[in-house]
Design a protein around this ligand. Structure first.
Ligand code: ZN
Length: 110
């Protein structure tokens, strides 16, 4: 028996609010019963790490959720993220934080 992974699409938005960069990641998973959309907002803080491009993503959560922040280091194939899905090694796909920031960087947005 084979199972097919549901198709997942991801879109990004970078907006500014009170002088802060807000990164919005929207993921849509096509399930049999219909698309499931998950939207996550992060406040994007550039970290001063000498010679490196690093960011801290502060997840914006509801009052009853625990605040979370992830540190992302952009370094090509050796990019890293402190999220659970995060450490990018070899051929493994980068987590959504690394993927999102890399894409924004490609487009000169950050
Ligand atoms: Zn991550």
């Amino acid at each position: 028996m084979t199972t097919t992974k549901p198709a997942k699409t991801r879109s990004l938005r970078l907006t500014e609010s009170d002088g802060c960069d807000i990164l919005t990641i929207t993921e849509t998973v096509e399930l049999r019963k219909g698309p499931k959309v998950t939207t996550t907002h992060y406040r994007c803080e550039k970290l001063a790490v000498r010679g490196e491009t690093a960011f801290r993503l502060h997840k914006l959560v509801d009052a009853d959720e625990e605040a979370t922040a992830y540190d992302v280091l952009l370094n090509g194939l050796r990019s890293e993220c402190s999220c659970p899905a995060g450490i990018y090694r070899g051929n493994l796909a980068p987590c959504k934080h690394v993927a999102a920031l890399n894409k924004l960087r490609e487009h000169g947005r950050i």
